[in-house]
Design a protein around this ligand. Structure first.
Ligand SMILES: NC(=O)c1ccc[n+]([C@@H]2O[C@H](COP(=O)([O-])OP(=O)(O)OC[C@H]3O[C@@H](n4cnc5c(N)ncnc54)[C@H](O)[C@@H]3O)[C@@H](O)[C@H]2O)c1
Length: 249
């Protein structure tokens, strides 16, 4: 990118977000890691700072408006004008539809849907103000594309994120702000859990066209690409990184 390379990664203290933070830092991005688990956010920031990268950690809840505004403020004050923002933070509260409590529905919608909305809005306000354009990435899931069993709250939130991505892309294109979504498959941690159950692992793998789980870098590479000028003519898209598990005609 020709302008500053400053990016916020929500939920960057662990899992997929942490893989993305490490990749972007190694590519020269200045990264603000925002996570409700402040300890993990500051730990990854300290580790990467020790390795010579420019990374800060912020404790924040993405479902809280004031917290998201604070993330934007801290990131720009300490690192410079934002050119990227990744809405990756997520939670789950699974149960079958017939048993699902309203609280379980609301709490998952609050983090994924409201949290992504707040992140997109905060990033866009700052990018519009600096007139330098930028790239926003939202994290959805095959659950949001094709539905799932036992997580109607999560699938609803991820479906909302897809529609939000397209709507924001349409509104923000004229400011040269691109908004895309990625739909990852099992992260390293989840893969480990699946692999401990031989029968489940076999069933799971049989659904993946490539017949194997993702390497960490295969996941983070797509995030890096979508932030880069190489994706300069892409907006409003959903990219699946799932070895061919979910395919749309
Ligand atoms: N792991 C998968 O198989 C998979 C598949 C498809 C999509 N996803 C999506 O990828 C994203 C990352 O998932 P993951 O598997 O790495 O999860 P994870 O649980 O390993 O990490 C999520 C991170 O988000 C943080 N977080 C949770 N609630 C937060 C909040 N309110 N505010 C700020 N931070 C918060 C957590 O502390 C954690 O560090 C999520 O959006 C998830 O829905 C994951």
């Amino acid at each position: 990118m020709s302008h500053s390379r400053v990016v916020v990664v929500t939920g960057g203290g662990d899992g997929i977000g942490a893989m993305v933070v490490r990749r972007l830092a190694s590519e020269g991005w200045s990264v603000c890691v925002a996570d409700i688990d402040e300890t993990s956010a500051t730990a990854i920031a300290a580790d990467l700072t020790d390795r010579g990268h420019r990374v800060i950690g912020v404790g924040a809840d993405v479902s809280c408006e004031a917290d998201v505004e604070r993330i934007g403020e801290v990131a720009e004050t300490e690192l410079g004008a934002l050119s990227g923002w990744i809405n990756n933070a997520g939670n789950t509260s699974p149960s079958m539809l017939l048993k699902m409590e309203v609280d379980a529905f609301d709490s998952v919608l609050a983090v994924h849907a409201r949290g992504s909305f707040l992140g997109v809005r905060e990033a866009a306000r700052r990018m519009v103000r600096s007139e330098s354009g930028g790239a926003i990435i939202n994290v959805t899931s095959s659950a949001g594309l094709g539905g799932t069993v036992g997580q109607i709250n999560y699938a609803s939130a991820k479906g909302a994120i897809i529609a939000m991505t397209k709507s924001a892309a349409k509104e923000l294109g004229r400011y040269n702000i691109r908004v895309n979504a990625v739909a990852p498959s099992a992260s390293t941690e989840m893969t480990r859990t699946i692999m401990t159950n031989e029968k489940f692992a076999k069933t799971y793998l049989s659904r993946i066209a490539l017949g194997r789980f993702a390497e960490a870098d295969e996941m983070s590479a797509t995030f890096s690409f979508l932030l880069s000028d190489d994706a300069g003519y892409m907006t409003g898209q959903v990219l699946s990184i799932d070895g061919g598990t979910y395919m749309v005609s």
